[in-house]
Design a protein. Structure first.
Length: 402
């Protein structure tokens, strides 16, 4: 009887860890504007843009926000920055705003009268793209000063875009329209795939995998050009998606829905359900995420990839701890120490050496950390986990028993 009770306690603790692995807190923006786009330059400094030309900025991780003059009353849809402090905002009426001082001030780039530009994305410090209505792709090669436009064969709206590298990119839009380029946007070719849904956004990880989301919870996983329709856990209209690392991604949508994948889009779990709609997400350093939406809503999570900062005390050395509990079913925790500010990667392999998950792949400050591994989609057996940080390499075994 005691063993049964102990097992039940362990199971409940594991379930609690699993459900709370990614938690969200509401930030007070002090406004009721709808925010359609959000971008953080680091964990503390970020911007949100939205209705009535609204631009707000935080310099303390969302604790307080200030208004930044935009010079327009147009609805602003999207914002992005390059690595040199140049920012671009796009919006209704072919609106383009540009900043050269990390968003402290903005001025209008006159592209003439037109319809919506819905998304903007820097590919490198000079190459930036925008997409919008009616089926138009905008391109700048000088950081957003001068722009050219290319009309696709589609006359509806294009809503999302992402680039795998400087040459290869995909744009998505209404009625399942998908176009790709392999020459940095000089030409866009229709992709003939069985997509039946309007798609809102697409995002590539650091490899060749992308996730596209859209109408009625539509989720597509793209692997080396192969499009797979993924069974969705929601009927909410999904407006935004972003990878945190090669395996973890967050998607947001209507009915206050925030969902998460830890296997590059193959399966998803719900992490938040509330009122209103969420339109965009920005993830920094692989683990801190900000989501924006209706009625001034901005949410924050510091556990996107389930990495917890246990202590900021500087350890004496790098260390990879033994997972606990072990054996486990299906969730276990792994503690590790980072001696100095360094890139850290923790990977999980099956007994045959096949990579099954990347738990950590980001730069971390010195300190003690914990990461959660969920084996719900794996078979029972022995798994190997390995930590690499600079010259430090450590490998350990763990046992999943279902």
């Amino acid at each position: 009887m005691k063993s049964i009770k102990l097992f039940a306690i362990v199971l409940l603790l594991g379930l609690s860890t699993r459900l709370s692995a990614t938690t969200w807190s509401t930030l007070n923006t002090g406004t009721q504007n709808d925010y359609w786009g959000i971008k953080f330059l680091n964990e503390t400094t970020g911007f949100a843009v939205g209705s009535n030309g609204k631009i707000i900025k935080t310099s303390n991780g969302g604790n307080t926000w200030i208004n930044i003059p935009s010079g327009t009353s147009a609805l602003l849809f999207s914002i992005d920055f390059n690595n040199k402090g140049t920012g671009i905002i796009v919006g209704d009426g072919k609106m383009v705003l540009r900043s050269t001082n990390y968003g402290d001030s903005w001025y209008v780039i006159n592209l003439g009268a037109g319809q919506k530009i819905r998304r903007v994305k820097f590919v490198n410090d000079n190459l930036v793209f925008g997409v919008g209505d009616p089926g138009v792709v905008y391109k700048s090669t000088d950081g957003g000063i001068n722009w050219t436009s290319t009309a696709t064969v589609f006359t509806g709206g294009i809503k999302g875009l992402s680039f795998m590298n400087e040459n290869d990119g995909i744009v998505v839009g209404l009625s399942g329209s998908v176009f790709k380029t392999s020459n940095a946007g000089m030409n866009w070719n229709l992709v003939n795939i069985p997509v039946l849904h309007t798609l809102e956004q697409i995002d590539f990880n650091n490899e060749s995998i992308a996730i596209a989301v859209g109408y009625e919870g539509a989720i597509y996983k793209i692997n080396n050009g192969d499009w797979q329709n993924i069974p969705s856990i929601t009927s909410s209209w999904l407006f935004g998606v972003e990878f945190a690392n090669n395996n973890v991604a967050i998607a947001v949508g209507s009915q206050g829905k925030i969902i998460k994948t830890t296997n590059a889009g193959s399966t998803w779990v719900n992490t938040y359900s509330g009122g209103g709609s969420f339109y965009d997400i920005s993830i920094v350093n692989g683990n801190v995420g900000y989501v924006c939406g209706m009625f001034g809503m901005i949410l924050k999570s510091e556990s996107i990839t389930s990495i917890s900062n246990v202590s900021n005390t500087i350890p004496e050395k790098f260390n990879l701890g033994q997972n606990y509990p072990n054996p486990f079913n299906p969730v276990t925790n792994i503690k590790f120490n980072v001696r100095q500010n360094e890139n850290v990667k923790i990977e999980v392999f099956d007994i045959r050496g096949n990579l099954v998950n990347i738990l950590v792949n980001t730069k971390l400050n010195a300190g003690e950390y914990q990461v959660t591994f969920d084996g719900a989609n794996l078979s029972s057996g022995t798994y190997i986990y390995r930590m690499i940080s600079g010259d430090y390499i450590e490998t350990k075994k763990m046992n999943l028993i279902k």
